[in-house]
Ligand binder design. Structure first.
Ligand code: GUN
Ligand code: ZN
Length: 440
């Protein structure tokens, strides 16, 4: 058995904090100990008592004065868009047609997909992200590369071969039949292998014919426990065109509802412009509205009413994500900074405890994996991020006047990025410090 004892300031959420004073919503140990056995958290508490429990000779790493949290979870990212990030476009549809679709065509080549997968996992782990829900490209090769890399790294990942059979270049189209068959093949080969989870992934209604939506519906029926990923209500022009393509649906959400794609573990990217009726449907079905603030601002898509969705009489489950390459940062800290600003513009407050709950347990609950990730609860996997709130000169200076945990978290979110991630652990193994520094 491999054992490791970590020492540091521990923070883990039990549930969503109701306010900044909601001390009962989280565990905080000023001098904490975290005992890891074979990649699983075996004990958590104050250092002295956990140390006393640990067998003689247990290796120890002292991360004081840094914070140790569950690893961040990114609930929406596009693996084939690492070289799309930062592309200059007026809006979503122009960005997709001009940069994104041509770039994704390259993932038919397994050598290219393999190279980018290596970079993706390096980048995620450098930023403290230990789980992500990723769209691969339409090509099965891309899903193979993504899951093979995840298996190698020992990470808990969600991913899917994108299904798309219209409104894109020929090199990026499958058919209802091949979309179905290849998704099944990816499920057979990768779901449950290592810590991998396969998601049924129709890209969005614009790029799937009704016949392909039927195929996605069939997969959803045959695999009721799988995640589903798609995009919903991101951009005005997208919503208008989608309505033309599916005139029988009462609104955008109704399209996915008609094909049985709304349920818990259905991750719906963006959800910016939903009507009250649509929000009710998400609430009733348990589908998740995934907020991608850096992308929404970068593409000018709009301001997602995150707090309003959470606070409704019929609440909607929400999560947060980067949406690389529409998003402009791999950092979940930068993501929460932008999420905060979006809520400010909507006249709402997103407090730092809520932010860090979202990054960890909130996102874990949204993807229905809280029994394995998202907390420091004993029995869960030791995917961790170690945060240094004094990582840069500007942060260190501000830290001189920071007087509370909440203020420290807010500083991390406001000024932090990958430099604030002192270490990342995947199943108890250091995963940031072990990244090769020479680019392949
Ligand atoms: N809608 C359909 N595909 C995409 C994508 O790749 N990125 C974003 N942001 N929206 C989409
Ligand atoms: Zn997306």
């Amino acid at each position: 058995m491999t054992r490791l004892l970590l020492r540091g300031r521990l923070l883990s959420f039990h549930r969503m904090p109701e306010s900044l004073d909601d001390r009962a919503s989280y565990l905080y140990e000023e001098d904490g100990g975290l005992l890891i056995e074979d990649g699983v958290i075996a004990a958590v508490g104050d250092y002295a008592s956990v140390r006393a429990e640990a067998p003689e000779g247990t290796a120890e790493i002292d991360h004081r004065p840094h914070l140790i949290l569950p690893g961040f979870i990114d609930t929406h990212i596009h693996f084939p868009q690492m070289q799309v990030i930062g592309s200059y476009a007026a809006n979503l549809l122009e960005w997709l047609n001009t940069y994104t679709f041509p770039e994704e065509c390259r993932f038919v080549e397994s050598a290219h997909a393999g190279r980018i997968a290596t970079h993706l996992f390096d980048e995620l782990l450098r930023h403290g992200t230990t789980t992500a829900a990723a769209y691969c490209s339409v090509h099965k090769t891309s899903a193979d590369a993504f899951f093979a890399e995840s298996l190698k790294r020992g990470t808990c990942m969600i991913g899917g071969k994108v299904m798309m059979d219209r409104n894109a270049p020929q090199g990026l189209l499958d058919t209802p039949e091949t979309g179905y068959d290849e998704t099944r093949a990816v499920i057979d080969e990768w779901h449950g292998r290592g810590r991998n989870h396969v998601a049924i992934t129709p890209r969005f209604a614009i790029t799937s014919t009704p016949r392909q939506m039927e195929a996605a519906a069939a997969l959803a029926r045959e695999f009721p426990d799988l995640h589903i990923q798609t995009h919903l209500s991101e951009n005005d022009e997208e919503i208008r065109y989608t309505g033309e393509l599916y005139p029988e649906a009462s609104d955008y959400t109704d399209i996915y509802a008609r094909y049985g794609l709304l349920r818990p573990k259905a991750l719906l990217g963006h959800c910016i412009h939903l009507s009250e009726r649509e929000a009710d449907v998400l609430s009733d079905t348990g589908a998740v509205a995934v907020h991608c603030p850096t992308s929404n601002l970068f593409l000018g898509s709009g301001l997602m009413p995150l707090k309003k969705l959470i606070g409704r009489e019929k609440p909607v489950t929400v999560s947060v994500a980067t949406d690389i390459g529409g998003g402009s940062s791999y950092s979940m800290l930068r993501t929460m900074d932008e999420a905060y600003k979006v809520q400010q513009l909507l006249g709402e407050r997103l407090n730092p405890l809520e932010s860090f709950w979202l990054l960890t347990r909130g996102n874990a609950e949204a993807v229905a994996l809280a029994d394995r990730i998202g907390s420091l609860d004993p029995g869960t996997d030791a995917d961790l991020v170690v945060l240094d709130a004094s990582a840069t000169p500007a942060m260190a200076l501000k830290m001189e006047v920071v007087g509370s945990l909440a203020d420290e978290l807010f500083l991390l979110q406001t000024l932090g990025d990958d430099r604030a991630v002192a270490e990342t652990y995947v199943a108890g193994r250091p995963a940031k410090s072990s990244i090769a520094t020479i680019a392949s």
